[in-house]
Design a protein around this ligand. Structure first.
Ligand code: ZN
Length: 212
């Protein structure tokens, strides 16, 4: 640095102005070529390079923000839903990577979730977006994300899908069925909410409102 600094000090006025212009031009180029950072989630399947393209086209498709683009409600839409693992605890830590909650159904009404009530329970989209179907991932198993230009919700360990990859989805639409695929010890829905690539606590998105 000292050498460069000393060279700068010995430039003619014309050389100094040229150097200044070159540095401004370089700064502009660097700014132009900088891309927004890609979010990386271990739950995400598929090639990262396609995600950026998808997000750009989504921005165009979902330019106006509407109420149904905002995730809201319990994806199981069942008043007998039980949270079997909370946000940021156990396997959901660290929340910035794995943040979500696990939902299951109390089928026999004893206050506890049970596999009979949970297995193949219907799962509904909590907001509008486009379906990203990623079967056979680890640890998310049959994983599904619904994305728009602001929000992404994720639904993991599904038994099966009710939608196909790339399908436009509206809030309340049946999207799949609860299963125990991937790293899972029993049927449950692992549900995540992301806003602008930042993991959020689903409890901030009315996930305890079961009927909507
Ligand atoms: Zn989970």
């Amino acid at each position: 640095m000292a050498l460069i600094a000393s060279k700068i000090m010995t430039l003619s006025r014309e050389q100094f102005i040229l150097l200044l212009l070159a540095l401004i031009g370089l700064g502009f180029l660097v700014q132009q070529t900088q891309q927004p950072p890609l979010q990386t989630s271990l739950w995400r399947g598929g090639a990262l390079s396609t995600q950026r393209v998808a997000r750009q086209s989504l921005s165009a498709a979902f330019a106006p923000q509407s109420a149904t683009e905002h995730p809201s409600g319990n994806p199981l839409r069942n008043p007998r839903t039980v949270i079997t693992q909370g946000y940021g605890v156990g396997s959901h830590a660290p929340a910035s990577v794995w943040g979500g909650i696990d939902l299951a159904v109390d089928g026999d009404g004893d206050g506890k979730a049970d596999p009979q009530g949970t297995w193949r329970a219907p799962v509904y989209a909590t907001h509008d977006g486009v379906a990203r179907v990623r079967p056979d991932t680890w640890p998310g198993g049959n994983y599904l994300a619904i994305e728009n230009n602001r929000y992404k919700t994720a639904y993991a360990h599904l038994d099966s899908y009710a939608v196909v990859d790339g399908q436009p989805i509206v809030r309340g639409q049946l999207i799949g069925y609860v299963g125990s695929t991937g790293m899972s010890s029993g049927p449950h829905l692992h549900y995540e909410v992301w806003e602008h690539g930042i993991n959020r606590d689903p409890l901030d998105f009315d996930v305890l409102r079961h009927e909507w």
